[in-house]
Design a protein around this ligand. Structure first.
Ligand code: AHR
Length: 480
């Protein structure tokens, strides 16, 4: 029987926040040094920024970039990375067992963003917004306040003047700030329990808002499906705007690999419910804007395959690219709750984009991101799929029980854009079967059809420097 996909563009489910196509740059492995910044490289500009990397990232139309970590931030003192380079200290780096030269810091990152986004930067002027994570490990409240003042201060005050002295007159206007990163984790310098974290997060949030009421503060969640998430939301919800979640998926078994991102869908639904309960308990009026979900680390990553202290340079297969398609389908389908999502990471470290001495390599996952970012915007619309079902093993094992009869082997999301274009993203999880689907688009459909196919000889193919997974592009005139 031919599978059927029903898409009803007149039934808009929710507006998609453009920030779901966000990225992440951490001082880890070759992400910053040898990634976006490599003075002396043939493609480097006068600032040392690799222009081949800038050009590739520009095609992804990234709306927001998280920086500088990750686990890195738990021992990072931002003041080490400002001012004259020759006076910046080199320090041991505890998260990834490296050394941090501090050659690249706050002003370099923000300036690099202005180059990436071809904009001036500053409030209302960013085309790629910065999103900073605060040091909740060894960092103090004073340091956090000073960082915000340095970046955003408008008046005649010490850190605002220090920024001016370092060459930036206008405030940088950094809106998004995370209250720590993975503070629940035993791997984290300064690990806390949920109660202690909540107390600290509230103290920081209150003070930061006194300094700059326009900040968007992000609470440190876990997987979205844990008691940590529930507890910190219950305590902190009145003080924050977003709740962060991190999940990585990976398996050497194709069906497990490609279906695993569906756990994110469950996590988002669970977090949305926690947010509701937390709002009720804190007497937050239903008319007040909802705390949204900031999925600020997601991707396919197996830390045993690509360990963090060795730079986490994953080599992505077609199977991984399809998994990334499922990941992005989840964010589109769950647009109602999503305020931001950041692929971890954007260059070299668990990334779709790799640098070599010769140039850049776009991994299999790159074209998926590019297609979603280009087409899957606007509103998410109602879809229904009747097709193949997978009932075999999943990772985690409970996943296959989440959908009624097993997992749909066609994973679908659909959008309608401002211009009325309907876009449908379909991932065929089945590695053994090409499928022809009956795609029914409700309402009057006019105009042509454009199709883009990502495929390869088998699900294990990877891109090499010489050869990239082919995107077979086709157009269809709409007849038939
Ligand atoms: O993205 C790599 C690492 O994964 C991040 O530093 C950390 O937050 C997570 O555990």
């Amino acid at each position: 029987e031919t599978p059927v996909i029903d898409v009803d563009p007149s039934r808009r489910v929710a507006k998609i926040d453009k920030n779901i196509y966000g990225g992440f740059l951490e001082h880890m492995g070759r992400c910053i040094y040898g990634g976006i910044y490599q003075p002396g490289h043939a493609s480097a500009d006068t600032h040392g920024y690799r222009t081949d990397v800038l050009k590739s990232l520009q095609t992804l139309d990234i709306p927001v970039l998280r920086y500088p970590g990750g686990n890195f931030v738990a021992t990072y003192h931002w003041q080490d990375g400002i001012g004259p380079r020759e006076s910046r200290p080199t320090r041991p780096e505890l998260a990834w067992e490296g050394v941090e030269t501090n050659e690249f810091g706050t002003d370099e990152f923000l300036h690099w963003l202005t180059v990436l986004g071809n904009c001036e930067g500053g409030v209302g002027k960013w085309t790629v917004e910065p999103y900073f994570a605060l040091n909740f490990g060894t960092g103090t409240l004073d340091e956090a306040l000073a960082w915000v003042e340095y970046c955003n201060g408008k008046g005649n005050t010490y850190y605002a003047n220090l920024r001016r002295k370092n060459g930036r007159e206008e405030p940088w206007g950094v809106k998004y700030w995370a209250l720590g990163n993975e503070m629940y984790g035993p791997w984290q310098v300064g690990q806390l329990n949920a109660e202690d974290y909540s107390k600290k997060a509230i103290v920081f949030a209150k003070a930061l808002r006194l300094l700059d009421p326009s900040l968007v503060l992000v609470l440190c969640g876990e997987t979205g499906y844990s008691s940590w998430d529930f507890e910190v939301l219950r305590s902190c919800i009145p003080y924050v705007d977003m709740h962060s979640i991190h999940i990585y998926t990976a398996s050497s078994d194709h069906m497990k690999n490609v279906s695993a991102p569906l756990i994110a869908e469950r996590a988002i639904e669970a977090t949305a419910a926690f947010i509701d309960v937390a709002r009720i308990e804190n007497n937050i009026a239903p008319t007040k804007p909802r705390t949204t979900i900031c999925f600020d680390e997601w991707n396919v990553w197996s830390p045993t395959r690509a360990p963090g202290n060795l730079g986490a340079e994953e080599k992505y297969t077609l199977s991984d690219a399809l998994a990334v398609g499922v990941w992005l389908n989840v964010f589109v389908r769950q647009a109602k709750y999503m305020g931001m999502a950041n692929i971890a990471q954007s260059v070299n470290v668990i990334s779709p984009l790799m640098t070599t001495e010769k140039g850049i390599v776009k991994q299999t996952t790159f074209c998926i991101l590019e297609l979603f970012s280009r087409y899957m915007r606007g509103w998410t619309v109602h879809t229904h799929v009747r097709g193949g079902v997978y009932t075999g093993d999943t990772e985690p094992a409970w996943l296959k029980g989440v959908q009624e009869e097993g997992i749909n082997t066609l994973d679908v999301s659909a959008t309608v854009g401002k211009d009325g274009w309907v876009s449908v993203a379909v991932v065929n999880m089945d590695e053994n079967k090409d499928v022809e689907v009956d795609l029914k688009i409700g309402g009057a459909v006019e105009g042509g059809v454009e199709t883009h196919t990502v495929t390869g000889e088998n699900v294990n193919v990877v891109n090499t420097e010489e050869e990239e997974v082919r995107i077979a592009e086709g157009t269809w005139d709409g007849k038939g």
